[in-house]
Design a protein around this ligand. Sequence first.
Ligand SMILES: Nc1ncnc2c1ncn2[C@@H]1O[C@H](COP(=O)(O)OP(=O)(O)O)[C@@H](O)[C@H]1O
Ligand SMILES: Nc1ccn([C@@H]2O[C@H](COP(=O)(O)OP(=O)(O)O)[C@@H](O)[C@H]2O)c(=O)n1
Length: 209
Amino acid sequence: MIIAIDGPAASGKGTLGKRLAHHYGFRHLDTGVIYRAVAQALLESGAALTDEAAAVTAAMELDPEKFGNPVLGTQTVGDAASVVSAIPKVREVLLNFQRQFAAGPPGAVLDGRDIGTVICPDADVKIFVVADPKVRAHRRTLEARGRGEAADEALVLADILKRDERDKNRATAPLKCAPDAHVLDNSNLDIEGGVRAAIAIIEKVRTAR
Ligand SMILES: Nc1ncnc2c1ncn2[C@@H]1O[C@H](COP(=O)(O)OP(=O)(O)O)[C@@H](O)[C@H]1O
Ligand SMILES: Nc1ccn([C@@H]2O[C@H](COP(=O)(O)OP(=O)(O)O)[C@@H](O)[C@H]2O)c(=O)n1
C-alpha cells in the first residue's frame, strides 16, 4: 500500500507521514529532505542555486546518510531547496529513488509536493494537507524557537508564502492537489486530531475497495 501526502510548506505533512507510517508499520520518506540535501550541497560548495550542472551532480551524488543533518531543517535551506527543486533535470534524477522507495514492502508513506501527481500517481490513498498560512507560520516559528533559533513570525510567514508561490507556479511538477486526493485541513486540529482524521480517510478508502 502507498499513501501519498502532499501540501504547502509547514502544513504538517512530515509529522503526519511519520505518524501514519508508525500506525500502519510502513516505511516513511519525507521527500522535502532530498531537495534540501541537494540545496545544502550547493550552498556548501559555493555553486549558484540555479547552476543546473552543479545541481544535477549534487542530486546524483546524494547521500541518504546525510538526511539527518539538522541544518537541513532551517529556513535558509528550505528556501534554497525551492529554487533547486524547480530545475526539471534535478527532479528527473531524483524520480527513481523515490519510486523505488515507494515500491518496496510492506507499504510506504511519502510526503512532498508532487507525490500524488508525479511520483506515485497510482497511490492507494492521496491526502492533500492544508492549513491557514498564519497557523503554519506560527507552528514553524515555535519549531524554530524550540531549536534555539531566533525566528520572527512575520518573516516566517513571508517565507512560507513566497515558497508556496514558487512551488505552485513552476513548470515541472508544481505543487497541486491531485483530482483524486482527499483534502485535510488541520488548521483547527492538533497533531492527534490530524492523525485521526487521516486514518479515517484511509480506512474509508480501504473499505470501499
Ligand atoms: N495538526 C498540527 N497541529 C499542531 N502542530 C502541528 C500539526 N501538524 C504539524 N504540526 C507542527 O507544525 C510544524 C510543521 O510540521 P511539519 O510536519 O514539519 O510540516 P511539513 O512537513 O508540511 O513542512 C512542526 O513543528 C509540527 O510539530
Ligand atoms: N516532493 C517535493 C518535496 C519538496 N520539494 C521542494 O523542497 C522544498 C522544501 O520542502 P519541504 O517539504 O522540506 O518543506 P516544508 O514543507 O517542510 O517547509 C519545497 O519548498 C519544494 O520546493 C519539491 O519540490 N518536491
